[in-house]
Design a binder for this molecule. Structure first.
Ligand code: NAD
Ligand code: DAU
Length: 348
C-alpha cells in the first residue's frame, strides 16, 4: 500500500513516519514536506535509506504538483500533518496559516477525491490530523469531547477548524472516506524550540530568561509525542470512517507549575544547585487571545480503540530533557539555521 504522510519532516510527522516505516515493511511511505523552518530531515536520518521510504520535497499549496503526485503514486492512504503549527506565528502572519492549513488541505482533499474516484468499496482513507484548539478555551472545569462546538480563538486554530470543516463536508457531500483526530499539546524529542518545553530547555541550557506569558496560570493537557504516533497508527487502521477521535494525555498542568518542574529536572540533569533555573523565570506580556485551558476527554478512543497514553509525564519529560541534552548539535543546527542550509543544498 502506498501511504502519503504530509509534514513528515516536522515534529509529530517524523515520529509517525518512523513508526510506519519500521512497523509496516509491506507499505511504501512517501513523506511529502516543504521543509519550511519547522521541517528538518535530521529528524529522520536513521530511516532515510530504508527501501520502503521515499522523501519528496514539495509544497501542498502547489496544486499541479500535488495532483501529479497522486496521479503517479495512486496513494491508498493519506495521513495529513503538514501545517503551520505555532500560535504566536499565526498572530503575526495569519495569511500564511490560511495558505497552508486551509488551501493546502483543500488541494490535498481534491487530489485524494480524484484518486479515490468515489469508489465506496475501496479501503482508501484520508486521515486529517487536527488539534484540540479548535474547541476554543475551557474554564476551570469541563473537558473537550468530540461533540464540543468549535470555537477557535487564534488564527492558527481558526485555520485548523476551517480545514476540519472541509474534511467533514467532503465526507457528507461526496462520501469521501475520512477520519479526523483532535489532539492536545505534544512534547518530546525533535520539537522545534519555539514551543514552550523545548524553548525553555534550550534557554535553561544557555542561562537565558524563561518568558512565561501573563501570570502563567494557563493550563494545557500534555501528551508524549510517541503516544500520539501510536494513536495515529491505531486510528488510521481501526478508526471508523466519518468519525472524529479526541486524543489527550489526561495530564493537565498549569504552565507555571510545568515550568517549575522542568527547572527542577534540568537542574538535576545539569548538576546545577537546586533552584538555579527557576531564577530565570520572567513574566512577560501575555499572548493576545490566550486560551485559558485545554483538556481532553479521551474516553472515546480508549473505549472504542483501546488507546491510552503509555508514558507518565515525569517519564516523558525526563526522556525529553535527556534527548535534548545529548543532542545539543541538533539544537545548535536548528537555532543557528544550519539545518536549512544543508538540506536546501540537497533538495534544490
Ligand atoms: P511542525 O510545525 O513541527 O511540522 C510541520 C511540518 O509541516 C514541517 O515539517 C513543515 O516543513 C511542513 N509544512 C509546513 N507547510 C507546508 C507546506 N505548505 N507543504 C508541505 N509541508 C509543509 O508541526 P507539528 O507540531 O509536528 O504538528 C503536526 C500536525 O499536528 C499539525 O497539523 C498540527 O496542527 C497538529 N497538532 C500539533 C500538536 C502539537 O502539540 N504540536 C497537537 C495537536 C495537533
Ligand atoms: O493544543 C494543541 C496545540 O498545542 C497544537 O495544536 C499547536 O500546534 C501547538 O503549538 C500547541 O499550542 P500551544 O499554544 O498550547 O503551545 P505553546 O508551546 O506555544 O504554548 C504552551 C503554553 O505555554 C501556552 O499557554 C502559551 C505558553 N507559553 C508559550 C511560549 C512559547 C509561554 O508562557 N511562553 C512561551 O514562550
Amino acid at each position: 500500500m502506498n501511504v502519503l504522510i504530509t509534514g513528515g519532516a516536522g515534529f509529530i510527522g517524523s515520529h509517525v513516519v518512523r513508526l510506519f516505516v519500521e512497523k509496516y515493511p509491506n507499505y511504501h511511505i512517501y513523506n511529502l514536506d516543504a521543509l519550511t523552518y519547522a521541517g528538518n530531515l535530521e529528524n529522520l536520518v536513521d530511516i532515510e535509506n530504508k527501501p520502503n521510504y521515499t522523501f519528496i520535497k514539495g509544497d501542498i499549496t502547489e496544486e499541479a504538483f500535488v495532483n501529479s503526485l497522486f496521479g503517479t503514486y495512486k496513494f491508498e492512504g493519506v495521513i495529513h500533518l503538514a501545517a503551520e503549527s505555532h500560535v504566536d506565528r499565526s498572530i503575526k502572519d495569519p495569511l500564511a496559516f490560511v495558505k497552508t492549513n486551509v488551501i493546502g488541505s483543500m488541494i490535498l482533499l481534491n487530489a485524494f477525491k480524484e484518486c479515490w474516484k468515489g469508489d465506496t468499496t475501496s479501503k482508501k482513507r484520508f486521515y486529517h490530523v487536527s488539534t484540540d484548539e479548535v474547541y476554543g478555551s475551557l474554564g476551570e472545569t469541563g473537558l473537550f469531547t468530540e461533540t464540543t462546538p468549535y470555537d477557535p480563538n487564534s488564527p492558527y486554530s481558526a485555520s485548523k477548524a476551517s480545514s476540519d470543516h472541509f474534511v467533514r463536508a467532503y465526507g457528507e457531500t461526496y462520501k469521501l472516506p475520512y477520519v479526523i483526530t483532535n489532539c492536545s499539546n505534544n512534547y518530546g524529542q525533535n520539537q522545534f524550540p519555539e514551543k514552550l518545553i523545548p524553548l525553555f530547555i534550550n534557554n535553561i541550557i544557555h542561562n537565558k530568561p524563561l518568558p512565561v506569558y501573563g501570570d502563567g496560570n494557563y493550563t494545557r493537557d500534555w501528551l508524549y509525542v510517541k503516544d500520539h504516533a501510536i494513536a495515529i497508527d491505531l486510528v488510521f487502521h481501526k478508526g471508523v470512517n466519518g468519525e472524529t477521535y479526541n486524543i489527550g494525555g489526561v495530564n493537565e498542568w498549569k504552565n507555571i507549575d510545568l515550568v517549575k518542574l522542568l527547572c527542577k529536572q534540568m537542574d538535576f540533569e545539569l548538576g546545577r544547585p537546586k533552584g538555579t533555573s527557576e531564577q530565570l523565570i520572567t513574566y512577560v506580556k501575555d499572548r493576545p487571545g490566550h486560551d485559558l485551558r485545554y483538556a481532553i476527554d479521551a474516553s472515546k478512543i480508549k473505549n472504542e480503540l483501546g488507546w491510552e497514553p503509555s508514558v507518565t509525564f515525569e517519564e516523558g519529560l525526563e526522556k525529553t530533557i535527556k534527548w535534548y541534552l545529548s543532542n545539543e548539535n541538533w539544537l545548535k543546527n536548528v537555532t543557528s539555521g544550519q539545518y536549512q542550509l544543508y538540506y536546501k543544498k540537497q533538495y534544490r
